[in-house]
Ligand binder design. Structure first.
Ligand code: AKG
Ligand code: MN
Length: 206
């Protein structure tokens, strides 16, 4: 896969700034055209050595309800759900998507977490991406391919503040500033949902 935005068919579409307190979240629904997003879904599905990680929830170990993979610069380590994860090397496809995300977000990323939700039974529990390795104001670019899934947000201290948006095929969600400090997010189960791949590009500061 070539590394220019042109060859990936990048669209310069509208970005919506979410009107949420204590957060800075921007959503670009058609970051990639449907055609390009469908191709990237297939390539990512086939190029990735998917694994089912173990996660720790309230001290107990469980198999994660999705498949995943950490990719990043050599030697990076990341503590996640009570486990230390080692990253595997970048592919040309992921480097090309990273370049597009960096250009759109004005940020730089040295790692990406790939998640594969095989169907609507796969999910991601409530959490913030606020690990110390991500620094004080983590910048996270989230790209979605395949079935749209709801992305739910809730404020950590004000239960009145919550928000749901559907992350569509080919979309980019950029979370930065105080978002992770103040909000949690999750992907609930959804009956009949088709397969979906999500990439969250991050910068690990060691
Ligand atoms: O699948 C998504 O859209 C979100 C994934 C996520 O929040 C994570 O892996 O930290
Ligand atoms: Mn997350």
């Amino acid at each position: 896969m070539a590394s220019t935005t042109k060859q990936l068919g990048l669209l310069s579409k509208q970005t919506h700034v979410l009107n949420l307190e204590d957060a800075d979240i921007r959503y670009t629904p058609e970051f990639y055209s449907t055609e390009v997003a469908n191709t990237l879904f297939d390539v990512l599905l086939n190029e990735t050595d998917w694994q089912q990680d173990t996660v720790r929830v309230f001290g107990k170990k469980h198999l994660a309800p999705r498949l995943s993979r950490w990719v990043g610069d050599p030697g990076l380590r990341y503590a996640y759900s009570g486990l230390t994860m080692e990253t595997v090397p970048w592919t040309d496809t992921l480097l090309a998507i990273r370049a597009d995300a960096e250009g759109a977000c004005g940020a730089s990323f040295n790692s990406v977490l790939l998640n594969f939700y095989r169907d609507g039974r796969d999910s991601n529990g409530w959490h913030s991406d606020d690990e110390p390795e991500l620094g004080g104001q983590p910048q996270i670019a989230s790209l979605s391919f395949g079935a749209a899934r709801d992305f739910r947000l809730r404020h950590k201290t004000d239960p009145q503040l919550k928000y749901t948006l559907a992350l569509e095929n080919g979309s980019l969600l950029f979370m930065c500033g105080p978002t992770q400090a103040n909000w949690q997010h999750h992907i609930p189960k959804r009956a009949n949902a088709g397969p979906r791949i999500n990439l969250t590009f991050r910068s690990i500061v060691e």
